[in-house]
Design a protein around this ligand. Sequence first.
Ligand SMILES: Cc1cc2nc3c(=O)[nH]c(=O)nc-3n(C[C@H](O)[C@H](O)[C@H](O)COP(=O)(O)OP(=O)(O)OC[C@H]3O[C@@H](n4cnc5c(N)ncnc54)[C@H](O)[C@@H]3O)c2cc1C
Length: 445
Amino acid sequence: MQDEALATGHQECDILVIGGGPAGTTVAPLLVEKGYRVVLLEKARHPRFHIGESLLPANLPLFERLGVAEEIRAIGMEKWGAEFVSPHHEHTQMFHFAEAWDKSMPYAYQVKRAEFDAILIRNAEQKGVEVHQGCKARAVDFLPDSRVAIRAQHDDGRETQWRARFLVDASGRDTFLANRFQIKHRNPKHNSSAVYAHFAGAERHQGQAEGHISIFWFEHGWFWFIPMMNDTTSIGMVTWPYFMQTKGRRSIEQFLMDGIALCPTLAGRLKEARLINQVEATGNFSYVSERNHGPNYLLLGDAYAFIDPVFSSGVLLAMKSGLIGAETIDTCLRQPEAAGAALKRFDRLMRHGPREFSWFIYRVTNPIMRDFFMYPRNLFRVKEALLSVLAGDIYGRTPIWGSLRVFKGLYYLANLFQPKRAFMGWKRRRCNIRHVDDPTLTVPR
Ligand SMILES: Cc1cc2nc3c(=O)[nH]c(=O)nc-3n(C[C@H](O)[C@H](O)[C@H](O)COP(=O)(O)OP(=O)(O)OC[C@H]3O[C@@H](n4cnc5c(N)ncnc54)[C@H](O)[C@@H]3O)c2cc1C
């Protein structure tokens, strides 16, 4: 793969990281700790808005590991659980992380990403990472001497070139390397879009439930309700592409407000609320890259894959990939004879997270799965296992897998016993994820 030729005159480093989001700001300081010279390029300047505000309990040990736990605690709204609200059920269903299999991770945080990411990048810099903000990686060249040449442009127009022994792509949904390698593919099993904004004055639950994330299903997808500090609540409408097409000439604000009106329980909680920032939209965000590594590069976090935000797993997967990535790079550089095995392990762990969450993501809007969420039972500890997935506790020696298999088995059995409902659910989903320009499919009611 050859980008444009890079001129001579460059700076040297061991590892160059593209992107100062959760993945890049996790891998970079961990590599400095191991004695490497690390350069991190971030095209924006922190603090900057980013979506991805609801974290999982399994994030907390990573904050401890990076030494930022207290700073995150200071900006975070405690999130002790999740609430599911269905238009087809009288009750709402609360899940508490304290009831997961591992009772030692009872809460997480809801954060404004501008503040959260600023803490992480400052921490990287304080730990000795050479951070360049306002500096966009533009070109990469894999050299015959197995080094990587990177050309970047600062926002004042200056250009700098680096040569590194290893390249980390943590550029998020910009997918810097996957685009250049042309290995990024739309997820054929999923396809949705989101419209989101911050509100003040939303009606929250009282006490410990104040910070719960609420998920409201509605006819065209689902909404998130994420309460954050200082009376800010993030509202997002995650919807199928066909519904996005119905926006027509309406402004994106109006489209969001009209969508909220289709979900009366959410509209009720926003009766007194007002918009406090710009409404944003993100289309067709579900993709995966063919590979996540090569001999001298890794793709971390969203730079490798992103499926769907429904289980708030993105930041966890990004930071986890940073942690595993640092160990992998260290092995590759220090013990080249063990590099093959280390990269294989990295690949396995990178695929593990998206695979485990995907099984639920592809089914969570199905009516039979909705019943499983609305009437959870702890037969064979399946509820505890489900809560462990919701908490992000899917790595290491967690004993949840047997119960999770039972959960999946019960779900398939329920489909067998309700064939008409199962068929309609399957057909509806097939229509929902279709390309919007496909006129042959109509959405069943
Ligand atoms: C609608 C929606 C809602 C979501 N909600 C949640 C949620 O509630 N909880 C959750 O955990 N996750 C959520 N996510 C996912 C979450 O946003 C991401 O998974 C997470 O931010 C990934 O982290 P990252 O470090 O891989 O990438 P990012 O956070 O995107 O960071 C990448 C960084 O790289 C920089 N960059 C890009 N290109 C270049 C370049 N060429 N040179 C230099 N810098 C570059 C960018 O400016 C950015 O700062 C959501 C995603 C979407 C689309």
